[in-house]
Write a protein that binds this ligand. Structure first.
Ligand code: NAI
Length: 335
């Protein structure tokens, strides 16, 4: 099948071309992000392949459908950026890669926790400048602390397993508590209970209209003073302005982000020669107790191999009329 890839980087080309040896699709790689302005690039392509910051809103989908596209093959697990109601109306099928390496994201989550706690990023710079002083690098034992996990799906459960290895108590909140998570020692509680008891709170639920700004001024005020907050899920789960206020007051003691609500204008590009125009993001960068990575939690060799294989298999299934468990529907979205 002829597929137009958007938001592509050299690593997409490398992993997809290698995996495509087994599929034989016709892959065309475009660097620009999919927006209303770039939709003409997709003309004549029955399938397009998009990533997390491609715009798949109703107007873009309408143009794609008019141009003959029938399949939206996401090379991501998250699908919050797709207007599924519009896709359904337009007869567009949406497929995703539900799991490629939950380990990649879970391990990066723990990397953020450890770096923030033991200030590895500050120590790295100090030592290079010949500064061997320890002041300002004081950490704490993870052993015995309480970790609150919001969303105990594939990634949340692996985080639970790792943190259990550190000797942490595990609290969790999920709309659908899982027996597997309970077997790992996770105790399900209400959100207010999780907010008031956890020393570390980590987000692993999808972004939905219901949980937009789940972390806001009110919920932040219910947390333990000095809490560590980690978000490797989706940026808009956190109200960034509210978290900045909490960082200023000390209510939030540590913040680790791999995602940011306005990331689409920043992430995945080398902007080092430019002035960053986003003042909220720039403020976040000024805190010594904040680490931001640019949506790289998924970025392991294993994950990229799997993403390419599953995406191309999804496209083959669609081409052959095979119904796929990887289809995303409005009904599922509401579950
Ligand atoms: P999953 O579908 O296995 O698990 C999600 C869990 O969240 C489910 O148990 C679900 O019941 C629960 N949930 C749904 N709505 C909720 C709510 N309002 N409150 C609490 N729990 C809720 O998904 P998986 O694979 O664990 O991924 C989780 C999220 O991680 C994805 O939705 C995506 O946004 C993010 N992600 C981030 C990546 C990165 O590179 N930073 C890469 C891959 C995923």
């Amino acid at each position: 099948m002829k597929v137009a890839f958007f938001s592509t980087k050299p690593y997409d080309y490398q992993f997809f071309e290698a995996a495509n040896q087994a599929f034989g699709h016709e892959l065309v790689f475009f660097e620009p992000r999919l927006t209303l302005e770039t939709t003409p690039l997709a003309a004549g392509f029955p399938a397009i392949c998009g990533f997390v910051n491609d715009e798949l809103n109703a107007s873009v989908l309408a143009v794609l459908a008019r141009q003959g596209t029938r399949l939206i093959a996401l090379r991501s697990a998250g699908f919050n950026h797709v207007d599924l109601t519009a896709a359904k109306k337009l007869g567009l099928t949406v497929l995703r890669v539900p799991a490629y390496s939950p380990y990649a994201v879970a391990e990066h989550t723990v990397a953020l926790m450890l770096s923030l706690n033991r200030k590895v990023y500050r120590a790295y710079n100090r030592i290079r400048e010949g500064n061997f002083a320890l002041e300002g690098l004081l950490g704490f034992d993870l052993h015995g602390l309480t970790v609150g996990i919001i969303g105990t799906g594939k990634i949340g459960q692996i985080v639970a397993k790792i943190m259990s290895g550190f000797g942490c108590h595990l609290l969790a909140y999920d709309l659908y508590p899982s027996a597997e998570a309970k077997a790992l020692g996770v105790q399900y509680v209400t959100l207010p209970e999780l907010f008031s008891q956890a020393d570390i709170i980590t987000l692993h639920c999808p972004l939905t209209p219901e949980n937009y700004h789940l972390i806001n001024a009110d919920t932040l005020s219910r947390m333990k003073p000095g809490v560590m907050l980690i978000n490797t899920s989706r940026g808009a789960l956190i109200d960034t302005l509210a978290v900045i206020e909490s960082l200023k007051s000390g209510q939030v003691g540590y913040l680790g982000l791999d995602v940011y609500e306005e990331e689409s204008d920043l992430f995945f590009e080398d902007l080092s020669g430019q002035v960053i125009q986003d003042d909220v993001f720039a403020r976040l960068l000024t805190f010594p107790n904040v680490i931001i990575t640019g949506h790289q939690a998924f970025f392991t060799r294993n994950a990229l191999e799997r993403i390419a294989e599953v995406t191309l298999a999804n496209i083959s299934d669609f081409e052959q009329g095979v119904s796929s468990p990887n289809e995303v529907t409005v009904e599922q979205h509401k579950k």
